[in-house]
Ligand binder design. Structure first.
Ligand code: ATP
Length: 491
């Protein structure tokens, strides 16, 4: 990026924060003649205030505020394929004596031919780890309830979409499956999967229960699948009666951990669930499983089967860690330049504590002639996804970022990670988990890596020492004025 355009780019990104709360229906999946999307055309220019919308404009101060819905959407937008894990699934059956089925191929599931075609059309050759067990359970007769937890990207969405499409009767022109998602954008992403997988099953129709999609009073929906956010879904079931909840066969609650982070969503979801018939299949999915999610899950899903897939552990074993002593941010920048002068760095990620520092550093690096990408929390999710994709494609060689953006993002080819500021939590204590996540690698990309920590005060030295103690892995001192010494770290 040219130096001149930097200030402009940063300004644009800051300005983007202003509009972050407003949504546009431009992302609405186009009607493709297969699975219809029944968002009214009159709503295309509307900016619905989707409940649980990802970002609040007032959060700009708190740069690193975790925003689960935005993070989850970002992950979906940038994901190019399935996350493979070597861990085994843990299964807890409602009836421990009943046989546990697991499939190694989609054929074994005896899917409708149109759906099998849809699955293969998406490029899936065989079920993912979680799908191997979850699919037979979800497709069993009589229907089984399921609570499933596995990290993002392991194939949960594809699994429940296949279950919904398998269970609907296209001859019945009324809603039979409800799927609730925490935000409008996440609902649209799931809708896209339904469209893709249902490509050869055009009789099945889909409608979005999202604010801004205003239907005529008194109308009854004819689409078999309704996907939306909890508030609108509840209104459509109770207040407006567009949906007859008694006819629902499958109820899916997606991203339960994100859902409970939003005020009101839990209650709304429970109220929807109470309107459904006893024999309705209840399915709940979550990427994480803390106590609060579990409590919620149990209220939504009676007599559940439970499937859990542990996250792949990250490790520092293959990482060489160094620290550099400096006195100011200018010195840190100089140290960085020295490192760049001494070793060839294909691609690096640099983490800063605030977006102000990130913006400043990106500008300085750019002035030095580096191709820099800047990622910071106030950017819209779509903008962030675009930046990450460009970086992944190697269009920029340095990615400067604040914490919030980098969580859950794997950029496999990055060999050097620089902590321009060490990660701390809001109380100023070392944030070990973030440190591990920034520089650690999972077994999947066991490549060797290099991590350099910039230390500029007694406090940051203390943080570094505590991180070192926590992981019980030595962080070596690096003198960045000594070119020979820097060269050695690359060997
Ligand atoms: N059996 C499969 N074979 C190959 N690719 C798959 C398979 N199942 C899913 N995928 C792909 O893997 C990616 C992740 O799948 P999916 O979105 O279903 O995961 P998820 O666990 O729901 O994650 P998230 O909650 O982040 O969406 C998607 O790109 C999807 O198309």
């Amino acid at each position: 990026m040219a130096t001149d355009s930097w200030a402009q780019a940063v300004d644009e990104q800051e300005a983007a924060a202003e509009s972050i709360g407003s949504l546009q229906l431009k992302d609405k999946p186009e009607e493709n003649g297969t699975v219809a999307n029944a968002v009214e055309s009159s709503s295309t220019s509307a900016k619905p205030e989707a409940e649980g919308e990802a970002k609040s404009t007032s959060s700009t101060e708190d740069d690193d505020k975790e925003d689960k819905a935005a993070q989850s959407l970002l992950n979906k937008l940038i994901r190019s394929n399935l996350v493979n894990t070597t861990n085994q699934v843990e299964v807890l059956q409602k009836d421990p004596n009943s046989p546990l089925y697991s499939v190694k191929s989609f054929e074994e599931l005896r899917l409708k031919p149109q759906l099998l075609q849809g699955v293969y059309g998406m490029g899936f050759n065989r079920p993912s780890k979680i799908q191997e067990t979850a699919l037979p359970m979800m497709l069993a007769e009589p229907p089984q309830n399921l609570i499933a937890q596995s990290q993002s990207g392991t194939g949960k969405t594809a699994a429940f979409v296949l279950a919904m499409l398998s269970h609907v009767d296209p001859n019945n022109r009324y809603p039979q499956c409800l799927c609730v998602s925490p935000t409008y954008e996440l609902a649209l992403q799931t809708g896209k999967v339904i469209e893709q997988m249902g490509k050869y099953y055009p009789e099945v129709k889909l409608v979005y229960a999202i604010r801004g999609n205003k239907l005529q009073r008194g109308m009854k929906l004819q689409e078999q699948i309704v996907i939306g956010t909890p508030g609108t879904m509840l209104d459509w079931c109770s207040k407006f009666k567009f949906i007859d909840p008694k006819k629902i066969k499958v109820f899916v609650l997606d991203e339960a951990d994100v859902m409970i982070a939003t005020q009101g969503h839990q209650d709304q979801s429970i109220r929807i669930q109470r309107m459904l018939p006893k024999n309705c299949q209840m399915l709940l999915f979550s990427a994480t499983f803390e106590e609060s999610v579990w409590n919620f899950a149990q209220r939504i899903v009676p007599d559940p089967n439970i499937i859990k897939l542990k996250r792949e552990e990250e490790t520092l074993d293959t990482i060489k860690q160094y620290y550099v002593l400096c006195n100011s941010k200018e010195e840190k920048f100089q140290a960085l330049c020295n490192i760049y002068g001494a070793i060839t760095i294909a691609q690096a990620m640099i983490f800063c504590h605030t977006r102000k520092t990130a913006g400043w550093l990106a500008g300085e690096l750019s002035r030095e002639g580096h191709q820099v990408a800047l990622l910071s929390g106030e950017m819209q999710v779509e903008q962030r996804a675009a930046v990450i994709e460009r970086f992944r494609d190697g269009k920029e060689k340095v990615l400067v970022t604040t914490n919030v953006c980098a969580r859950g993002i794997d950029v496999e080819q990055v060999s050097v990670v620089i902590n321009f500021d060490l990660p701390v939590d809001k109380d100023g204590n070392p944030d070990n988990e973030t440190y591990l996540h920034r520089i650690g690698r999972t077994g999947r990309f066991g490549k060797r890596g290099l991590a350099i920590n910039m230390v500029d005060s007694k406090m940051s030295m203390n943080i570094m020492n505590r991180i070192q103690e926590h992981f019980n892995k030595k962080i070596e001192k690096l003198d960045t004025d000594d070119l020979d010494e820097i060269e050695k770290i690359a060997s």
